[in-house]
Design a protein around this ligand. Structure first.
Ligand code: AMP
Length: 281
């Protein structure tokens, strides 16, 4: 197999030097933040960035501050060599893979908290999660200073949190949302799908079907609370083990009851694996 070489940097200073050299040539820069274990969804973000700017930096950093104490930080899949190979084939220009101490040196004391859009759904199910995300994304944006940064609609609430923080902190970057890449049965691609057993993988695929059905009912004018209750029941029947939420929300502010445009959000466990998805109505 042809091995494509992708430059890798691990420090803020090296990252800034690379970006400065590109800027001196007049190139615009895009950033795609990830936690690695890359799949087609991540690579679609790189492709989208590449349509907008000359140089694309992907970061791979499994951010400890966005995992809860009983979550999968230690088990989270890591394979840098494979990620570098995938990024090189996607014509990414640089991999930024900082260490935990580069990101959070001894004495690190600052955190970024976005209220409002962080306060519901995953903000309740995963206390502290969005503050961890907002802090690390603020750092990545300040370290790289890109013109554009691309985030997936797969993590739609996260996308809204990031749009809010960039506006509130006057960070000069354009945030681009990318559509969710899915597998054949509609399951959203996710690094965590690797945890699923064969039986859990079948259950997981039902989430998209149930959300699609709910979207059809909402478009037909069915009441939001009825659609939510039936969605919850359908997830249970499908075999999900624990359901965090199945909710209809406003697409722009996550308000409930939702005004148009609406979006459906779900989070549930197949076995020990927590899956999230969302869909426009
Ligand atoms: P993660 O590595 O899971 O933190 O994700 C890194 C970025 O990729 C985030 O902006 C995610 O929303 C995005 N992403 C993850 N899965 C998908 C997918 N299936 N389709 C599109 N974007 C995705």
């Amino acid at each position: 197999m042809l091995q494509l070489a992708l430059p890798i940097v691990r420090t803020v200073a090296e990252l800034r030097a690379r970006v400065a050299a590109w800027r001196a040539q007049g190139d615009r820069i895009g950033l795609v933040p990830t936690m690695g274990a890359l799949h087609e969804g991540h690579l679609s973000l790189v492709h989208l960035a590449k349509t907008r700017v000359r140089r694309v930096v992907a970061s791979v950093f499994v951010n400890p501050t966005q995992f809860g104490p009983n979550e999968d930080f230690d088990a989270y899949p890591r394979d840098e060599a494979k990620d570098a190979q995938s990024l090189a084939s996607a014509e990414c220009d640089l991999l930024y893979a900082p260490t935990v101490t580069e990101m959070y040196p001894i004495g690190f004391s600052t955190s970024v908290t976005v209220s409002g859009v962080s306060a519901t759904m995953d903000g309740i199910a995963r206390p502290g999660h969005f503050s961890g995300v907002a802090t690390v994304v603020s750092k990545l944006l300040l370290q790289c200073a890109p013109d554009v940064a691309v985030f997936g609609e797969k993590d739609y609430q996260q996308l809204l949190v990031i749009r809010r923080l960039v506006r509130d902190l006057d960070i000069p970057v354009e945030i681009i949302g990318a559509p969710t890449a899915r597998l054949d049965d509609g399951l959203a691609r996710s690094s965590r799908n690797a945890y699923l057993s064969e039986a859990e993988r079948i259950v997981a695929g039902r989430m998209n079907v149930i959300m699609t059905d709910a979207a059809v009912r909402l478009r037909a004018g069915e009441a939001q609370d009825v659609v939510e209750a039936e969605g919850l029941a359908a997830l249970k029947i499908a075999g999900f083990d624990r359901i965090d939420y199945f909710e209809v929300r406003g697409a722009e502010d996550l308000a409930r009851p939702a005004k148009a445009p609406m979006r459906i959000f779900a989070a549930a466990f197949a076995g020990k694996t927590r899956l999230i998805d969302n869909m426009a109505v």
